[in-house]
Design a protein around this ligand. Structure first.
Ligand SMILES: *Cc1c(COP(=O)(O)O)cnc(C)c1O
Length: 448
């Protein structure tokens, strides 16, 4: 694959981009990062704090329904929420193995274990499907805000939703989340899967009555075809991972939930106790929404980095080039092919690259072999299983200590030694719970 002119020009001006072209692990620091208050007006114009609060309220309205249909959410009262876990043994092992110092407290946000979909997609994906269902039911006069939403499990409602179709393009996990939730509500569902999608995810969807359409092509093509198919059918709704604001809102709600969780654990976040978060990125929706929500709450006291495979750093490409969705990893001479199936998106979301343009701190890349090493390390040290794509997050704390550019970022943003010692570093575990046993075996034995 040939390196495009724009990519060459960028590389000449920015060593991180040269690393991308050279297929070397790197850290890209966002020079366009701005104080949140400086861009408050524009942010609120697009996604306001009220919008996020509204999404949170909507999820609360659905809680009785979710609780009734998915007993695994009993403990959280029908909210789809995950544990936040200290991982001191992993912190030690990671530091030793990588020969770096990891200051502060390392934690794992276990969206890998979210109910229903077993991945971070249970936030955005399920939120969007629920909102669509609510809108249809309300328009038809079958539901009001004051109703107990547990009613939605009635046969009559399922029959009503059965007239409609929900469609989505996916590398796997979004399809699982949209597919499972939509099918449960009674919708007809079509999931357009890219070539990267794992067979077991397709099988699981088929077993739930979801129509799976496979493409021999990448994620962008699956989305394009799905969008076209859906546009032809007035009864069909397309969940658009590349542009959806509703998906984004579902992810953004994570921030307030995390804040409550940390408060319960008596963890303070302020200037002296900063929060540093690392989220694996595919097309950008999940990390983008989480980043946005966290920046609204913690402003300059939170630093959010995305993490991506060396062969598929699409968000990095979109931000660094300012070409947004018009950037493609192929333009940097990269195949986009990676073992991190959840992160295999060659072009980033145009929405996320724009709205997080001045909010994200940077992006770190890692080689595929590390995904499996970190996965085994986490199992050995903390007895937690998360899928390889999720393990991209662990390059975050390693890179923050390793790269001179990261040290410069810390100096520039007041992350002194002392504050780093007080910091909470969170690796966002984005998937894993639904992985079948035989696939775990395969993962465990993969050494690249
Ligand atoms: C989808 C996914 C991500 C990234 O989410 P995007 O919205 O595509 O950026 C990360 N990890 C896993 C396991 C995923 O399934």
């Amino acid at each position: 694959m040939e390196v495009k002119e724009y990519a060459k020009r960028l590389a000449a001006a920015n060593p991180a981009v040269q690393d991308v072209i050279d297929r070397k692990e790197t850290i890209w620091i966002n020079d366009r990062l701005l104080p949140v208050d400086l861009i408050d007006g524009l942010c609120q114009l697009v996604v306001s704090d009220e919008d996020i609060a509204d999404a949170e309220d909507r999820l609360a309205r659905f809680a009785p329904y979710i609780r009734k249909c998915f007993p695994e959410t009993e403990e959280t009262g029908g909210l789809i929420e995950s544990p936040l876990k200290c991982i001191p043994n992993m912190q030690q092992k990671l530091a030793d193995r990588e020969n770096v110092d990891i200051p502060g407290m390392l934690m794992l946000k276990m969206d890998s274990h979210l109910a229903i979909a077993g991945s971070v997609k249970a936030r955005g994906g399920i939120y969007e499907v629920l909102k669509h269902a609510e809108t249809l039911a309300m328009e038809a006069g079958l539901l009001t805000r004051e109703d107990n939403y547990a009613r939605l499990a009635d046969d009559e409602m399922k029959k009503f939703f059965g007239q409609y179709t929900v469609q989505v393009g996916s590398t796997g996990n979004l399809g699982l989340s949209i597919g499972i939730m939509s099918a449960f509500l009674g919708f007809r569902v079509k999931v357009h899967m890219s070539a990267d999608a794992k067979q077991w995810k397709k099988d699981m969807l088929c077993s739930k009555g979801v129509e799976v359409i496979e493409y021999e092509d990448d994620y962008s093509r699956a989305v394009e075809e799905g969008r076209r198919d859906s546009d032809r059918d007035p009864m069909s709704y397309f969940v658009d991972d590349e542009y959806s604001v509703d998906l984004f809102l579902g992810y953004a709600v994570a921030a307030h939930r995390l804040q409550e969780q940390m408060e319960q654990m008596h963890i303070t976040i302020d200037e002296e106790h900063p929060l540093i978060v690392y989220v694996p990125a595919g097309v950008g929706g999940a990390p983008g929404g989480v980043c946005y929500g966290l920046k609204r709450l913690y402003k300059e006291n939170v630093h959010v980095f995305f993490t991506e495979p060396v062969m598929c750093p699409s968000l990095l490409a979109g931000f660094a080039s300012q070409r947004y969705e018009r950037a493609n990893v192929h333009d940097f001479g990269l195949s986009g092919i990676t073992h991190a199936d959840g992160l295999a998106c060659a072009s980033p979301s145009g929405f996320v690259t724009r709205i997080d343009n001045n909010l994200v701190s940077g992006d770190l890349t890692l080689n595929d072999d590390k995904l499996y090493d970190y996965m085994r390390m986490l199992m050995e040290t903390e007895d937690v299983r998360i899928e390889p794509s999720s393990c991209a997050a662990f390059i975050g704390p390693v890179g923050l200590s390793r790269y001179p550019a990261a040290g410069e970022y810390c100096r520039k943003h007041g992350l002194t030694r002392e504050r780093l010692e007080n910091a909470v570093q969170i690796c966002w575990a984005t998937g894993g719970r639904l992985v079948p046993e035989e696939i775990w075996e395969e993962y465990l034995n993969t050494r690249l």
